[in-house]
Ligand binder design. Structure first.
Ligand SMILES: [Zn+2]
Length: 218
């Protein structure tokens, strides 16, 4: 894979930043794509942009504001509270088909920039009810994209089967633990690095980090 080109679906968060470093290690040339869909915080886009610049990858920002029109929800409408779904329910951040759309557009971009590989940080382990983050879906879409564009894309999901602690371990293996900890934005309240500490994203991130630092993921 070393000699090929890849595009990383990139939000500036812990997971996709770890994937970006994974891609930089594994491919000759890497570009990043961020989807702008009126995120609650412009900070998310700015954070992605800053990281892409810092690591020297070309950064594409695609306007996906139509998602706001299609699916009012906590990430796009500030008046709706972010909360975890009750047992068996989808969280309030759910946009039906969001990842289907993102990965499809990433496929179109990959085709245009001559990238064979598409990397996404989706994960089935911390599975929060998003059907289009499941491994089976990603494999299915990989086949569909290849048929749709008569191409041979390979979608990589380095985080699919690992938990948050193991994602921190991967960042550490790549020599980027401090970078990921200090420069990424996961928090729903738009606070970089360790975040507000209280929203569901911060709680998950912090729990994973503590588990990793205490050796729990080994
Ligand atoms: Zn937070």
């Amino acid at each position: 894979m070393k000699n090929e080109k890849a595009v990383v679906v990139f939000s500036g968060g812990q997971d996709s930043t770890t994937c970006l470093f994974w891609a930089l290690k594994n491919f000759r040339e890497v570009e990043a794509v961020t989807f702008d869909y009126n995120q609650r915080h412009r900070l998310e886009i700015e954070c992605a942009e800053r990281i892409a610049n810092e690591v020297g990858v070309r950064h594409h920002i695609l306007d996906m504001s139509l998602l706001n029109q299609l699916a009012p929800n906590a990430l796009t409408r500030s008046e709706i509270e972010v909360k975890d779904g009750a047992e068996g329910e989808l969280p309030s951040t759910f946009v039906p088909g969001r990842n289907l759309l993102f990965l499809s557009f990433a496929g179109v971009l990959a085709s245009q920039i001559g990238a064979k590989h598409i990397i996404t940080g989706v994960c089935e382990t911390d599975f929060s009810g998003y059907p289009d983050c499941r491994d089976m879906f990603v494999k299915s879409l990989n086949v569909t994209l290849n048929l749709a564009m008569d191409d041979n894309f390979v979608i990589h999901t380095p985080l699919m089967w690992i938990n948050k602690a193991q994602t921190w371990a991967l960042a550490d293996e790549l020599g980027k633990l401090d970078f990921v900890r200090e420069k990424t934005l996961t928090c729903y309240n738009g606070i970089i690095s360790d975040g507000c500490g209280e929203c569901p994203a911060c709680v998950l991130r912090k729990r994973g980090l503590e588990e990793y630092l205490s050796g729990g993921s080994k």
